[in-house]
Design a protein around this ligand. Structure first.
Ligand code: B12
Ligand code: SF4
Length: 344
């Protein structure tokens, strides 16, 4: 201790106890020990990156704000059960996203506890929600898990902008722990992309959010997929406010949509799609059925999602609206507001 303690503090039982034991300043984190802790806690893969990594410069201020003195990222992968994600039953696919997300948050919490017990400062930002909604509609996430996973060498982003793990494919969720210590060795980005450029994700997205060249229309994606949260929820509330009476409201919003919103608010938010992930054949554990019979794979995995009768949510005069109406005449296309101020 550098400063001499005032007698009242020095005589306190807690202080006497702590000063009486030998303290060891924790050194750099041993990468092998840390990897073992992470796998035992429930992660399916893990790698590390430095906050000084130039590929992650855009994250630096954000993570310094969340954990002053952060020095390293611990990037985590949790596998999802593939056929759940591929199912046309949204309740099955959504349950898989939510459960895998809980496994990630639980694993990250356990690892953070182990780091704390070993004398390190560390935090585990959420896998997804809750996020920093006072910043909405700006950057609401504390740390962007995708670039951290890519810089650590856990995978590469495919055409659909999701990280594809070389073995597990895109059937993964990501997490990141921030720790105020260096790790003895950091990962390197992969030297190839597991993405096959098959463009099945382009064909699968019902609102045309994924361009063949890797362009991503995140507004189209979030207006449809996030219909029951964030801006989608605000639009639902606006519709209540704008309705003349109950009959008018029920002519604008179907019973099924209201019940689905209730479900999202009561349990966890329903994603309306994720078809880009569902159809992706990339990854060593995933690719075999596609290699054996490509047409059969399309019929089994892509076609049922394309054929599904469902409502697609789009903004007025958008590319998403034109795409949905042209490609999916059997799906109902509903024009909505984004629920974000300043946007139609
Ligand atoms: C914001 C966000 C979204 C947004 C934007 C997606 C995006 N590409 O950025 C929307 C609502 C569209 C979205 C949708 C989905 N998401 Co999301 N999402 C995130 C979040 C919170 C941050 C993503 C991020 O880092 N973006 C910035 C950079 C890194 O992304 P980028 O692709 O390089 O660049 C794009 C964005 O910057 C976007 N953009 C530009 N300016 C702005 C401004 C705002 C306000 C927003 C929102 C976006 C945006 O346009 C860029 C060009 O494509 C992360 C969780 C986290 N904390 O990291 C999950 C995350 C990326 N999502 C994930 C998933 C699974 C999904 C969905 C499948 C959800 C679902 N179950 O249906 C879909 C897939 C859509 C897709 N093909 O990308 C996983 C991806 C796992 C993986 N294997 O990579 C993550 C990592 C969550 C997790 N913990 O695992 N998501
Ligand atoms: S579906 Fe095909 S093109 Fe799309 S990300 Fe997966 S491998 Fe790449």
């Amino acid at each position: 201790m550098s400063d001499k303690l005032p007698p009242r503090l020095a005589d306190h039982p807690t202080v006497r106890k702590v000063l009486g034991r030998r303290t060891q300043r924790p050194g750099p984190l041993d990468a092998d020990w840390l990897r073992r802790i992470c796998l035992e806690a429930g992660a399916d893969d893990v790698a590390f990156a430095s906050v000084d990594n130039p590929d992650l410069a855009s994250e630096r201020d954000h993570v310094e704000g969340a954990l002053p003195g952060a020095q390293s990222y611990i990037s985590l992968v949790v596998k999802m059960n593939r056929d759940n994600v591929r199912s046309t039953a949204r309740s099955v696919a959504n349950q898989e996203f939510h459960r895998s997300g809980e496994i990630m948050n639980e694993a990250a919490h356990r690892i953070t506890r182990a780091l704390q017990d070993a004398g390190y400062r560390a935090i585990n930002p959420s896998m997804s929600f809750p996020m920093e909604m006072d910043k909405f509609p700006g950057r609401i996430w504390v740390v962007a898990h995708k670039p951290v996973a890519v810089a650590s060498g856990l995978g590469v982003m495919g055409i659909h902008r999701n990280v594809i793990h070389p073995k597990f494919g895109n059937f993964i969720l990501l997490g990141t722990i921030l720790v105020a210590a260096p790790v003895t060795s950091y990962g390197e980005p992969l030297d190839y992309s597991p993405c096959l450029e098959c463009k099945l994700c382009v064909a699968a997205c019902p609102v045309g959010a994924i361009g063949k060249n890797g362009e991503f229309d995140f507004v189209a994606c979030s207006v449809h997929n996030y219909r029951e949260f964030m801006g989608g929820f605000t639009d639902w509330a606006q519709t209540i406010a704008d309705s003349e009476d109950a009959a008018d409201f029920r002519s604008r919003v179907s019973d099924s949509e209201n019940a689905s919103m209730w479900q999202s608010l009561s349990f966890k938010a329903n994603y309306k799609a994720a078809y880009c992930l569902a159809v992706c054949p990339a990854g060593e554990d995933v690719i075999e059925p596609y290699l054996e019979d490509r047409k059969g794979f399309v019929k089994l995995v892509l076609k049922p999602l394309q054929d599904k009768e469902e409502t697609l949510y789009v903004l007025p005069d958008s590319d998403a609206k034109a795409h949905a109406e042209k490609r999916y005449p059997h799906k109902k296309v509903k024009v909505v507001d984004s629920g974000i101020r300043g946007r139609a």
